[in-house]
Write a protein that binds this ligand. Structure first.
Ligand code: MRU
Length: 356
């Protein structure tokens, strides 16, 4: 059964990856497993459903996962019969996926509010947590618009832009990070052609980036992941821009598997490779990319295609969901607090300093 979005979406659009219902009793998710064939909103009423939805990628993309987690904490506060039960529910949400640091970041932020609300009645506690989660959602959209405007200056008029995975409205509270930069450049009057690589095995590029850009009237062309090298070689790609799941203090970037390959190709062909991400994706507790836990997903995602076996039965597969691009391959990092260009421990430190 399809759920209804709230009358006003915090995403700022008529579609949204994640919203809290007007009565704070449920979370409405766009089931991204079904896109682009079906636009179905589902309603989650408890934290266990949220853990499942994050793990199974009904909602995905680092900032969107963080916002969904924050709303999941609101559901936990509604349901938990004791503070111990609340803590257990919240821990489970925080551990649903390991690589996107926005998930932990959002849960820690919500835990601080829950602690401050200790001693209040359930109704007041839920109201405070819902207000905080909505605020986190609004701030994410605002951050995307700011980094979009900053990053757009680096996208020349007439450029052909490669993007990997989906770092758009569907992966965030709204507007997008990498796609936010593209949106801002087009809103400023630039003509861009976007190439969305398909992003095997989950096809975030072919299914999600193409869906949201086509829906919003952008010039978007899907390519197979294997096609990027020859397009760079033929001079048909001017630059690449992606999002991030976690950025270490030295500027190493964890993002969807395949990002490292795109960065290598851009460097080999002397083209810029940019990353756009909110400060919530910068992780003070991770010194370098080696320390980032990379999620390993089911081999079936690689061995099968659309539910049909493609590889011989009995053959093994590995399926790391992310890879790490070394900072030296990143031409510039766009955040809501400014731009790091080049990306070094010092320039990343300056961005983080804006939070202190
Ligand atoms: O596995 P996913 O789809 O959650 O991975 C998403 C990505 O890698 C995105 O590029 C990243 O989260 C940035 S989203 C603004």
């Amino acid at each position: 059964m399809s759920a209804k979005l709230p009358a006003v979406c915090l995403s700022g659009a008529d579609y949204s990856a994640v919203e809290l219902s007007d009565d704070d009793a449920s979370v409405i998710l766009l089931d991204q497993r079904l896109l682009p064939l079906e636009e179905l909103y589902v309603e989650l009423r408890g934290p266990a459903e949220m853990v499942r939805a994050i793990r199974e990628m009904w909602v995905r993309g680092a900032p969107a996962i963080g916002i969904a987690a924050a709303y999941g904490v609101v559901l936990a506060a509604r349901m938990a019969e004791s503070s111990a039960e609340f803590d257990t529910m919240v821990e489970a949400i925080g551990e649903a996926r390991p690589t996107a640091v926005n998930l932990r970041w959002a849960v820690e932020r919500m835990k601080r509010v829950a602690k401050a609300a200790h001693g209040l009645g359930r109704h007041e506690r839920v109201a405070l947590l819902a207000a905080e989660a909505r605020q986190l959602h609004r701030q994410d959209v605002a951050a995307n618009r700011t980094m979009g405007a900053l990053g757009a200056q680096y996208l020349p008029d007439g450029a052909s832009v490669l993007t990997h995975c989906n770092a758009g409205a569907l992966a965030t509270g709204g507007y997008g990070t990498a796609l936010g930069v593209i949106r801002a450049a087009v809103e400023a009057g630039k003509r861009l052609r976007v190439f969305a690589d398909e992003t095997r095995p989950w096809l975030q590029g072919a299914r999600l980036t193409a869906w949201e850009l086509a829906r919003d009237g952008f010039d978007v062309t899907v390519i197979s992941d294997n096609c990027a090298a020859s397009l760079f070689g033929q001079g048909r790609l001017g630059l690449a821009i992606v999002g991030a799941d976690r950025i270490a203090l030295n500027g190493d970037v964890a993002n969807k598997v395949g990002t490292y390959g795109v960065a290598c190709l851009a460097r080999l062909h002397d083209r810029p490779f940019y990353v756009a991400a909110p400060l919530s994706t910068l992780d003070r507790s991770t010194p370098s990319g080696d320390a980032i836990t990379i999620e390993q997903r089911e081999p079936a995602e690689v061995l099968e295609f659309a539910g049909r076996r493609m590889a011989p039965v009995g053959v093994a597969a590995i399926n790391p969901s992310f890879d790490v691009t070394p900072a030296r391959l990143v031409s510039g990092l766009f955040t809501e607090a400014g731009v790091a260009l080049p990306v070094t421990p010092e320039s990343v430190g300056r961005l983080l300093g804006s939070l202190d």
